[in-house]
Design a protein around this ligand. Structure first.
Ligand SMILES: Cc1cc2nc3c(=O)[nH]c(=O)nc-3n(C[C@H](O)[C@H](O)[C@H](O)COP(=O)(O)OP(=O)(O)OC[C@H]3O[C@@H](n4cnc5c(N)ncnc54)[C@H](O)[C@@H]3O)c2cc1C
Length: 306
């Protein structure tokens, strides 16, 4: 049987023959001046969220840097707490990594209608202040006063523990369809697993709750059970912002060549099928039931012949 030893933070060493890497990810800190100023917040833990809420009781002007899932969720929550919120996003519309060129601008407009000042097409140049944040500079030369900044510019896998080993790659920890790394007996799951996607094809790393949960179950079963199980879930995640609950089923990494929209933006209730040519690749659901989400997963599997 394979044997490993790992030194712990308290200098103790433990031996084991199976292990699962599940160290998750951490917020990316942009390479600009002032990233360590007080009142510049990076969201990861419950403690970060509680600190943000405490600061939001005192500071009333907040800038959210980023236009991805976390930025959208944070901005909506802060606005619902009646803060004066701005968002700085370097791309043309919010959630541009996932949404098509109709839905993305609609969502961006929805944020503006909720009173969020949108700085679209602006990039961060730096944070100004002596010890606490006073202004935010944009690359275009604008200077925006802010008492609080939430930085949501992506997440990188926590791979320090296995740095400079084959378990650490540029896109995460490479694993097989059984979620096992190159090192027999060592598995990797969740935000840091770079896994072969048996449903959509290709290799991907997902930083979403449902993926972490599903992979944890499979890796746990493969580490302890006799029968090995492949990870073959349809990529899926959800998010909530204002009164919108969005579900993403499938592969949103490439812009669709055609979108089939059922329902309306005006009613905030719709389902959009994303196609590449005639191939269904993803289904976006807004304010739909769990049943409809499950039906979308089935429909996509069926369309892919899986
Ligand atoms: C603010 C926020 C909002 C989110 N909202 C959504 C959402 O709406 N929908 C969604 O699908 N996903 C959401 N996510 C993403 C989701 O939370 C993650 O994808 C999921 O938690 C990943 O699970 P994980 O087990 O891989 O890592 P984590 O949940 O990050 O857990 C990793 C754990 O490992 C610990 N660790 C790290 N290094 C070491 C070490 N060397 N030794 C010991 N322990 C270590 C960490 O402290 C942490 O406790 C959100 C994430 C954040 C931060």
């Amino acid at each position: 049987m394979v044997h490993f030893a790992q030194e712990l933070g308290n200098d103790e060493s433990i031996e084991f023959n199976k292990a699962c890497l599940a160290m998750g990810s951490r917020p990316v800190r942009p390479a600009v001046a002032g990233v360590n100023l007080g009142n510049v917040i990076y969201l990861r833990t419950v403690r970060d969220a509680l600190a943000l809420r405490e600061m939001a009781d005192i500071e009333k002007t907040v800038m959210v840097v980023g236009g991805g899932l976390l930025a959208c969720e944070a901005a909506a929550s802060l606005r619902m707490m009646k803060l004066k919120v701005s968002m700085m996003h370097r791309n043309a519309y919010l959630l541009n990594r996932y949404l098509d060129s109709q839905t993305g601008p609609w969502l961006t407009d929805y944020y503006a209608k909720h009173g969020i000042t949108m700085l679209i097409g602006e990039s961060l140049n730096g944070f100004e202040g002596k010890t606490v944040l006073r202004n935010i500079q944009t690359k275009s030369g604008n200077r925006v006063p802010a008492g609080l900044a939430v930085v949501a510019c992506g997440a990188e896998p926590n791979l320090d523990l296995v740095r400079n080993t084959p378990l650490s790659g540029p896109h995460g920890s490479p694993v097989t369809e059984y979620l096992e790394t190159e090192e027999k007996g060592i598995f990797a799951v969740g935000d840091l697993a770079f896994y072969p996607d048996r449903i959509m094809g290709g290799v991907r790393r997902q930083t979403h709750w449902e993926n972490a949960r599903g992979q944890g179950l499979i890796a746990g079963a493969n580490m302890t059970g006799k029968k090995r199980i492949r990870y073959e879930q349809v990529p899926y995640f959800w998010t909530a912002m204002f009164d919108l609950r969005l579900h993403f089923v499938g592969d949103f990494s490439i812009q669709p060549t055609r979108v089939d929209l059922r329902g309306t933006y005006a009613k905030k209730k719709f389902l959009a099928r994303y196609y590449q040519g005639d191939k269904l690749r993803a289904i976006l659901l807004c304010n739909q039931t769990e049943r409809e989400v499950e039906a979308a997963k089935k429909e996509l599997r069926h369309a892919l012949g899986k």
